[in-house]
Design a protein around this ligand. Structure first.
Ligand SMILES: [Zn+2]
Ligand SMILES: [Zn+2]
Length: 362
């Protein structure tokens, strides 16, 4: 990233935190949390601690970081190295990302870019760049309405598991848009606070339907069963009410697999099992998109291409190397191929923060 783009991004992020620090959501027990951030053009700085909101916000304005993180754990001594921190407990966190939900549209909007000469193109990456012959090509994931909606569906499945199967009350589940293409669910329930990684892995595997093997009895009165059953049995009974599939012994695993496909929530297990991780802080800007990691009150009403757009619509001149079309704030942008354009700051950050173009001075 060139110096003028770095300066632009720092200026935009600093201005945002100066004007809109009310959006930053301070975690409970702030003094026991570990904080970290990534400066634009720099590496991760961890093991920080803040006493209160004012101290944290002042640091955000001063540093104007690309990304800000906070631990899901609470510690006796959050600024020390991991083995000396004194782990007290951790929120249970789930991550659902559009990239990990298999949707047929993925093939239509995946694209590639050459990191050497910045040429890009739609589809699977070729073995060599057609312009400069470099083999330093990267495959880029993009999203469309179809995969964003599929992601929402998995979020709804997750909250159903948490409430119906684990008895978590709705008020204890905080749902956030990640600021990129996914959602985080933070569960603050003291029953899980002390859970070790193994127990968290069991919760994650259950929700993903891993290792599930259901039994099917042909004589069951399924309509009645679905009302009285619980957990995966309820999902299975509901599924059987809607299918004409037969369920001999040999088909049981095949049927189980079908039930898992339509019911499991594809959460990222490695996120849920990590009890020492730092997570993007709610109410801060994503470092690769300029979109806000924000609280989602109603997943059905939430518009991930509109609601998290919080940066200015003042126009700025950008040279875009390559980008497929995208929609932000109700406006369609691109596709771009070596294009110089005047676009709103929120769209300029969306492109330049992920290295797809450069801001032109003046
Ligand atoms: Zn190239
Ligand atoms: Zn898609």
């Amino acid at each position: 990233m060139d110096e003028s783009t770095l300066t632009f991004l720092r200026r935009v992020y600093r201005g945002h935190y100066f004007k809109h620090h009310d959006l930053v959501e301070i975690p409970s027990q702030i003094q026991a949390r570990e904080f970290g951030y990534i400066p634009f053009g720099g590496g991760m700085i961890r093991h920080l601690s803040f006493k209160n909101r004012g101290e944290l916000v002042a640091e955000l304005v001063k540093q104007a970081p690309s990304s800000v993180y906070c631990s899901n754990a609470t510690y006796e001594r959050p600024t020390l190295q991991m083995d000396e921190k004194g782990w007290l407990g951790a929120d249970l966190i789930f991550d659902i990302d559009a990239d990990s939900i298999p949707t047929p549209c993925k093939a239509k909007h995946k694209w590639w870019r050459c990191t050497a000469c910045k040429k890009g193109g739609m589809g699977a990456k070729p073995s060599k760049c057609p312009r400069c012959r470099s083999s330093a090509l990267e495959q880029v994931q993009w999203s469309c309405e179809e995969c964003l909606n599929a992601t929402k569906e998995h979020v709804k499945r997750l909250t159903d598991f948490l409430m119906a199967d684990f008895g978590v009350s709705q008020q204890r589940i905080r749902l956030y848009f990640s600021g990129n293409r996914g959602y985080h669910a933070h569960v603050q329930d003291e029953r899980f606070a002390k859970a070790d990684p193994q127990m968290r892995a069991e919760v994650a595997n259950y929700i993903r339907g891993i290792g599930l093997s259901l039994r099917f009895a042909p004589q069951d009165n399924k309509a009645a069963d679905a009302e009285n059953s619980m957990g995966w049995r309820r999902r299975s009974d509901l599924f059987m009410m809607t299918t004409t599939s037969t369920y001999g012994k040999r088909q049981a695993q095949k049927l189980t697999d079908q039930i898992v496909v339509v019911n499991a929530a594809l959460i990222d297990e490695s996120v849920t099992t990590d009890i020492h991780r730092v997570f993007r802080m709610p109410g801060t800007l994503h470092g690769n998109s300029g979109l806000l990691k924000m609280r989602v009150e109603s997943i059905d009403d939430f518009d991930p291409e509109k609601d998290p757009v919080v940066l200015s619509d003042e126009k700025v001149k950008v040279h875009v190397d390559f980008s497929p079309g995208f929609s932000l704030n109700g406006v369609k942008f691109g596709p771009y191929d070596s294009s110089t354009v005047q676009i709103p700051i929120y769209a300029a950050v969306f492109l330049t923060a992920r290295g797809l173009g450069e801001v032109l001075a003046g």
